[in-house]
Design a protein around this ligand. Sequence first.
Ligand SMILES: [Zn+2]
Length: 247
Amino acid sequence: MIQLIRNILAGEGSLWVAWINHYVIKNKDFYDLSESPTNSWGINKLLKLRTDARPILDAGISKTKKIWEEIREKHNKVPWHKVVWFPLHIPKASVITWMAILDRLPTRARLSRMGIPTDGLCVFCNEEIETRDHLFADCNFAKTLWNSILQLTQLQKTHMSWEVRLDWSCRKWKGKSLISTVMKLAWNTYIYLIWEERNRRIFQNRTRDVDQLLKIIKEFVRIQLFGRNINRLDDVNASLCNYWGID
Ligand SMILES: [Zn+2]
């Protein structure tokens, strides 16, 4: 979208850019325009992005990769970055998926608000409206998967809303202890997999159950910790290795 802004300012790129310049911006300054309910969602979205876009474009950054790095730098400063940006040695595309998930997740509830047709229901239970909070915390599918993770970690199962859990995770999993590492890895994989599973169900009509997802999470945690020097004389560590199958 920042590339689009660049094209609009340069007045080049496509018929759409020409259209925006002619009908929306007219003779005004792009940076002075205000958001308006009469604009399309896309245009208001571009206008919202101006504060982020300006320093990047003013600095003459034009490669998408570089723009992405600039944005990522900035987003790293938000409080949840310690949990969310825990190094996941998975392909780059997944990191981009992350941003989408945690920043502005296109849930069905959001799509409905944007006027995009959807029944708005969660694909896991088909009962509740698919909001971020429902998908990742309140839905029975998410709850069962999350509780299984807590069980493997011997942590107490108390239901937490999305916000509370995020806050709890940020405060609790700070250090380098084995349990912190396991929980950060598990949490990352959990969010990633729920979103991936939701998309598989919607777009590919393929379904995995909680046990299959739990198996993937365990495998991921195990691989990430492979070869790590763990003090197994510590009771907590010993039981973690046992439950998670860490060699
Ligand atoms: Zn649900």
